[in-house]
Design a protein around this ligand. Structure first.
Ligand SMILES: Cc1cc2nc3c(=O)[nH]c(=O)nc-3n(C[C@H](O)[C@H](O)[C@H](O)COP(=O)(O)OP(=O)(O)OC[C@H]3O[C@@H](n4cnc5c(N)ncnc54)[C@H](O)[C@@H]3O)c2cc1C
Length: 394
């Protein structure tokens, strides 16, 4: 089949990899003029790790990724109030690493070995599904027919808008915004330590890694409109975080010069169905769990893999779409529900939540507690379907 995938992030190239292996003719369209670089760091674990293993990309991910030595909660004066060693958990399973999101996307894309058509700097303007194929009008003006169109275009998916309707129906705002940026030659460094400072309403994290690189991440409660322009976003951060303790003044000062600046809402996508006719969604576009879940990338890979596997098992795309959703929706919903309860860890609403957050972090310092609390979540209860001529993943 001729398949158009919209979006070259995590889900899109994963899906392309497996569709290509099944002999489908794949085109990816990405609206950015280049594959995106830089950006925030993600933790990568869970069932997505199994998919990465099957793609043969884990060695490259390990090369580019990091294993953090410590997560340290500090107070407004930079004094340690709690410390947690991720190694206590990682040691037992080796199924965890942290990596820039753009590196994960690039490694997945590189695994394609140029086998699929990539259209950069373009996107879809209109989709007409006549039951036999989907006629796609691109922003560039060209018109092409595809058997299937898959939206892998993230949280604010255009495919979702075109095929299913406005975002308001599906987007659930969790009351937080997130900002992340690289700080070049930032003077304070604690290599491979995640430094975390929270007060009521926000958390600031500093991560120092290779090549003198520093990533700063703010998560913040916010009830008003979400600003679109970077200047407005920075203004909001200054308003809410100005005058706070620790390194907040320095962090806000370097923000203006940051080359990679990311700002968005923490939202989830909850849809009654992930497909309609010959159009389906994967990754954040279908069921974004928000960054609070700490697993959106892994889920995006599992979704891309599963959709391709189901399409390989039948000629009936409707049946494949239905099985893909039935297999994964319960897992994704449970991750979404769990993420909704995690707001207090990223930006406590009040003093009580701050107290709970700090107390939990203190107990995580006890090795057995950390293992008990985290260990089970490294194994998602999901069975990856096998491809017709492959052995099952579990
Ligand atoms: C601050 C932060 C921290 C996070 N931490 C983690 C973590 O620790 N662990 C984890 O697993 N996940 C984490 N996530 C979530 C993770 O990044 C996403 O769940 C994941 O990237 C989803 O992959 P995707 O391919 O569906 O979407 P994306 O990665 O967003 O990719 C979408 C792609 O589509 C392109 N695109 C968008 N619109 C169009 C269009 N109209 N036409 C064509 N192309 C388009 C985009 O440019 C992009 O390349 C975090 C997210 C944030 C914001």
């Amino acid at each position: 089949m001729k398949v158009l995938i919209v979006g070259a992030g995590i889900a899109g190239p994963t899906l392309a990899f497996w569709l290509n292996r099944s002999g489908h003719e794949v085109t990816i369209v990405e609206h950015s003029p280049t594959l995106r670089s830089g950006g925030y760091l993600i933790d990568f674990w869970g069932a997505g790790f199994d998919v990465a293993q099957q793609m043969g990309i884990v060695p490259e991910l390990r090369k580019r990724g990091y294993i953090f030595a410590e997560a340290r909660a500090i107070d407004r004066n930079g004094r340690k109030i709690a410390s947690f060693n991720p190694e206590a958990v990682i040691e037992s399973n080796k199924r965890y690493l942290s990596i820039p999101r753009a590196d994960l996307a690039e490694v997945i894309y590189d695994a394609l070995g140029g086998a699929v058509e990539l259209l950069l700097g373009d996107t879809v303007r209109d989709l007409v599904d006549d039951g036999k194929h989907v006629r796609v009008t691109f922003e560039s003006g060209s018109i092409r027919d595809f058997d299937l169109v898959i939206g892998a275009d993230g949280l604010h998916s255009r495919v979702r808008k075109l095929a299913f309707g406005p975002d308001e129906q599906f987007e659930k705002y969790l009351g937080l915004v997130v900002a992340a940026f690289d700080a070049e030659q930032y003077p304070q460094r604690d290599e491979l330590v995640a430094m975390m400072y929270a007060e009521v309403g926000f958390q600031a994290i500093r991560l120092s890694f290779r090549d003198d690189a520093t990533l700063i991440l703010f998560t913040m409660r916010h009830d008003g409109d979400i600003p679109i322009e970077r200047t407005e976003q920075e203004k909001l951060l200054h308003e809410k975080l100005g005058g706070k303790g620790w390194e907040l003044p320095e962090m806000l000062a370097v923000m203006a010069n940051a080359k990679n600046f990311y700002f968005d809402s923490a939202s989830q996508i909850r849809m009654p169905a992930w497909s309609t006719g010959r159009i389906a969604l994967v990754g954040d576009a279908a069921a974004g769990p928000s960054f609070l879940a700490g697993q959106g990338s892994a889920l995006a890979m599992v979704e891309g893999y599963t959709l391709a596997a189901e399409l390989a098992r039948t000629d009936d795309h409707s049946e494949a779409f239905a099985r893909y959703e039935a297999r994964l929706a319960p897992l994704v919903r449970s991750k979404q529900d769990a993420a909704q309860r995690l707001g207090l860890a990223f930006a406590p609403k009040n003093r009580f939540q701050l107290f709970v957050r700090n107390s939990v972090l203190k107990t995580m310092g006890l090795p057995k507690v950390a293992k008990l609390a985290m260990g089970r979540s490294f194994h998602d209860r999901v069975e990856l379907p096998s491809f017709p001529e492959q052995t099952p993943a579990h």
